[in-house]
Design a protein around this ligand. Structure first.
Ligand code: SF4
Length: 55
């Protein structure tokens, strides 16, 4: 299981700093490496556009 980032992402980078395992990669939109994500949900609460949700 992993969280995923939708097209609502504005590439602000806020979530990247919130991830404890470095699973979030820069881009437009940002992406989450499913093999690294531990599904903690820390990033979801930080996103200003609510673009991050459980897969
Ligand atoms: Fe990182 Fe947790 Fe978000 Fe997965 S759910 S990308 S481990 S902050």
């Amino acid at each position: 299981m992993a969280h995923v980032i939708s097209d609502a992402c504005i590439a602000c980078g806020t979530c990247k700093d919130a991830c404890p395992v470095g699973a979030i990669k820069e881009g437009t939109p940002y992406t989450i490496d499913a093999g690294t994500c531990v599904d903690c949900g820390a990033c979801a609460g930080e996103c200003p556009t609510s673009a991050i949700a459980p897969a």
